[in-house]
Design a protein around this ligand. Structure first.
Ligand SMILES: Nc1ncnc2c1ncn2[C@@H]1O[C@H](COP(=O)(O)OP(=O)(O)OP(=O)(O)O)[C@@H](O)[C@H]1O
Ligand SMILES: [Mg+2]
Length: 333
């Protein structure tokens, strides 16, 4: 296994690492460990939008909604409050409508409609991409580590870019026709055109953001999409599905990290409890399957620690194996 070290040697221009995968397998832990490693040499930002404030938890520092916080030399954490961002966006839309139609307040049914649209998962994803694009565009860091939320492996929405492009084209076309028509019909049409302009602008904005996000993650030289798997049946199945989904979106995972693996030598120790020995046996079987299914894509195997890896010290144990694995994948089988 080449480790994160090998991946960086192969891709010297890499600056964005994205940890995707199902919930609860170790995205946040591995994002934090990666950021710790890379901050030894370069300036790093580790980023999350998890409403559970999991980076705060893993670094044992309350950073949620506080902007970019320095937590060690060269290491910065940004934990975005996505709900707050959505609320601000929704408030701005409501205000636009109120201003446009010179209303005192929004009609209740319209208000309800906008609020329900805001509760859509797509809105949340959109806010996440938005924040990511902003932070990369600013260019203040050498490395960006993205701890993705567990939705659709983090990148489902990019499929929307093409749909939105079509909408935007269609509406632009209709707009052109309306302009021609509008010249004849003169001022009567003006109010309606302004409203359509607003919708078009909004769609165009969302589309551009998704495209910008896709451009960041699709660039194999500068970005690496990492998938976290554990030696369990469901996790392996989910990873297979994730890889298929990535390729259907024209993306390719750069590496797979196997997390929460018991060191096999534990099984030989007499003091190891029976249930852990059984677990190790079971994990061996799945490690074999992982090797057969994902082979060279596996860059590191990270051990299951005997406590939750929280704080810089525990994270550095994870980081060590992630960076340069101490044994071969075969040794876990
Ligand atoms: N190698 C490990 N050894 C022991 N515990 C681990 C290890 N990796 C992760 N954990 C623990 O497993 C739990 C899930 O890990 P983590 O929060 O990193 O997953 P996640 O993929 O970010 O989850 P979510 O999708 O909910 O954000 C946490 O309690 C974490 O401390
Ligand atoms: Mg997490």
């Amino acid at each position: 296994m080449i480790g994160l070290k090998g991946l960086l040697e192969r891709r010297p221009k890499l600056k964005v690492l994205i940890y995707a995968g199902k919930g609860g397998l170790g995205k946040t832990t591995l994002s934090a460990a990666s950021s710790l490693l890379l901050s030894k040499e370069k300036k790093v930002l580790v980023f999350s939008t998890d409403p559970q404030a999991s980076l705060s938890d893993v670094f044992e520092r309350d950073v949620f909604g506080k902007g970019e916080v320095k937590i060690a030399e060269n290491l910065y954490v940004l934990e975005i409050d996505a709900d707050k961002r959505i609320n601000e966006y929704v408030a701005s839309i409501k205000k636009k409508i109120i201003d446009m139609y010179k209303l005192d307040k929004l009609p209740p049914d319209l208000e309800e409609y906008i609020d329900s649209a805001a509760a859509e998962p797509a809105m949340y994803e959109s806010a996440v991409y938005d924040a990511m694009v902003d932070v990369v565009a600013e260019g203040k860091y050498d490395y960006y580590i993205f701890d993705m939320p567990p939705f659709g492996h983090g990148i489902r929405m990019i499929a929307m870019a093409d749909v939105l492009s079509q909408w935007v084209e269609k509406i632009t076309e209709l707009r052109k026709q309306a302009y021609e028509y509008g010249r004849v019909a003169a001022s009567l049409k003006r109010a309606k055109l302004t409203y359509e302009d607003e919708i078009l602008n909004e769609l165009q904005y969302i589309r551009n953001r998704i495209v910008a996000f896709r451009n960041i993650i699709a660039n194999k030289e500068t970005a690496a999409l990492m998938v976290v798997v554990t030696p369990e049946r469901m996790s392996i199945l989910d990873t297979e599905k994730a890889l298929e989904m990535f390729s259907s979106l024209g993306l390719e995972a750069a590496g797979i990290v196997v997390n929460q693996v018991y060191p096999p030598e534990l099984a030989k120790r007499p003091e190891t409890p029976e249930y852990i020995k059984n677990k190790i046996e079971e994990q061996r079987k799945y490690m074999d399957e992982i090797k057969r299914k994902f082979g060279d894509m596996v860059i590191s195997v990270v051990p299951m620690l005997n406590r939750e890896p929280k704080g810089l010290e525990a994270l550095s144990i994870i980081a060590k194996e992630l960076w340069s694995p101490s044994r071969a994948l075969e040794d876990y089988i």
